[in-house]
Design a protein around this ligand. Sequence first.
Ligand code: FE
Length: 199
Amino acid sequence: MDKKAMYKLTYGLFILTAKEEEKDNGCIVNTVTQVTTEPNRITVAVNKKNYTHDMILRTGTFNVSVLTENSRFETYRHWGFQSGAETDKMEGITFQRAENGIVYIEDQCNAYISAKVVSATDLGTHTLFLADVTDARALADEESVTYSYYQKNIKTAPKTEGKKGFVCTVCGYIYEGDTLPEDFVCPLCKHPASDFKKL
Ligand code: FE
């Protein structure tokens, strides 16, 4: 099998937000897809290690903010490479609230979609949420970012000079050690050992 074929699939990048009682949280996902128009439904696969995942599982509602080509690496670091379980991701962030009470982001995004979960399918590492679109609004004319555009134009190369071990090719986290355990999961971005490269 040629795994490179998988890279030919296109993906967008999104800030997925949820709210549980007084807690707001969000993470980065690349798996939002509209699956039907009548009814208007989307799916999103969310890694179970994300705190946002648990919040959506419990509350059944979420928002998706669509990131643009003008988004900055710092934004991905903020939403993607730290956990909402330990930090307040809303600190220092300018945000708005949709009708469902959940945060959406206007800065560096061109639209938001509010959704209500119809079903949750256990995929092992992820849960696939199928959801009804309950509200949606376009915010700007800028192009939506694709994962390949992000890889080529937004992502900053990690600083690895003089370091030994393995680097996460997704977020730049460095694992120091001679062997990387097969079941290792990046503590920052939750990607598996197969996404690490030996330095
Ligand atoms: Fe990582």
